[in-house]
Design a protein around this ligand. Structure first.
Ligand code: ZN
Length: 354
């Protein structure tokens, strides 16, 4: 009888996939087994300005709740990249009106006359109007390869790239009004690589991929070069390139641009998962470019999300899983020096964005 059960169990295991053969890549979320230092950072070590967030609340009550979370986490102010112009921007201004000192609202761009001779004139006029209403900057202006658009708007100026001369009047009025632009260039580099077993990012979001066969689609290199050209040609305009210019895979590209252009800054939003895998490299980068980096989140309003960003920047914890960032690999903290933290968290913003 004993032999029978053993045989049955062996047959059962033999007929079912298990272990490596049974788990899908997308479901793989390992939990650390190491008995090592685990730090919860409930509140940032220094006051923080979040330079990259969006209009997540849907009611006034949710805005009030967000302010409470900001208070408890040490977020002094949040930049809301609304993306909107016109009546939509005006209604967002209304919603945030009770908390004027806690939120900076940035407007979008009116690109709707693209293709007509009135394009620049209309865009500039609307920027001036939004500025009068209190818009402090413009964003998030995006080009992921097919043309410029503004996040949360469906309209895309197809074939218009960041260094197009048509953009010049927009950059000029931003310089005149002291409105920085938050610019999203390309996508993470792994999305341009074959989606095969060697792809370093595919487990993060396997369905995200740039299709380079779409007519007009620009490569990662082309998009970064176009942005470089735009920053070079508009030295009086202030550019904040979000997500490390989507070059966290090779920060020497970012470093070279920061070295060349004093009117360029980067925000660190939505790249905690990517950079948490190279903590010693990041500490060196943050330290070298401490005056040019702005804290940002781009990831909702949850207390856990803020805490995780602080843990990554402030601690020397190792090999921890961060479900907030949906990344498949475990992360390690950068252990940034106090002086660097103070600059990235707040001082750079106050000095540069004002
Ligand atoms: Zn964003």
């Amino acid at each position: 009888m004993k032999h029978f059960y053993f045989l049955a169990a062996a047959l059962l295991v033999g007929s079912m996939a298990y272990g490596q053969d049974a788990i899908l890549l997308k479901d793989y979320t390992p939990k650390s087994i190491y008995n090592i230092q685990q730090t919860r950072v409930e509140k940032a070590k220094y006051p923080v300005i979040d330079a990259h967030s969006h209009d997540y609340p849907t009611t006034r009550e949710e805005v009030a709740q967000w302010v409470k979370t900001m208070d408890s986490k040490g977020i002094e102010k949040t930049v809301v990249l609304t993306g909107y112009t016109g009546a939509s921007f005006d209604s967002i201004v209304e919603v945030y009106a009770p908390y004027k000192d806690r939120f900076d609202l940035w407007c979008g761009l009116d690109l709707s006359d693209y293709g007509k001779p009135t394009f620049a004139e209309k865009a500039v006029k609307e920027l001036r109007r939004c500025h009068k209403l209190g818009a402090k900057g413009v964003g998030e202006v995006t080009d992921k390869g097919l043309g410029v658009y503004v996040a949360f708007q469906t309209y895309m100026a197809k074939g218009l790239h960041l260094n197009d001369p048509l953009m010049t009047p927009i950059y000029d009025v931003c310089a005149e009004l002291n409105m920085p632009l938050n610019i999203h260039v390309a996508e993470p580099y792994w999305m341009y690589l074959p989606a095969d077993k060697n792809n370093d990012g595919m487990m993060n979001a396997g369905n995200w991929k740039i299709d380079l066969t779409i007519p007009g689609m620009q490569t990662h290199e082309q998009l970064v070069a176009q942005f470089d050209d735009a920053v070079a040609k508009h030295p009086k305009t202030l550019f904040v390139a979000c997500h490390f210019i989507n070059c966290s895979y090779d920060l020497s590209i970012v470093g070279k641009m920061l070295d060349k252009y004093p009117n360029l800054y980067v925000d660190i939003s939505a790249r905690f998962g990517e950079t948490g895998s190279i903590p010693r490299h990041m500490k060196k980068f943050y330290t070298r470019y401490a005056d040019r980096i702005l804290y940002g989140t781009d990831n909702g309003m949850s207390p856990e999300m803020y805490e995780m960003t602080f843990r990554i920047l402030e601690t020397d914890d190792e090999h921890f899983y961060a479900p907030e960032f949906h990344y498949h690999w475990n992360l390690s903290g950068f252990d940034l020096p106090d002086e660097v933290l103070r600059k990235v968290y707040r001082e750079n913003f106050l000095r540069v964005i004002k």
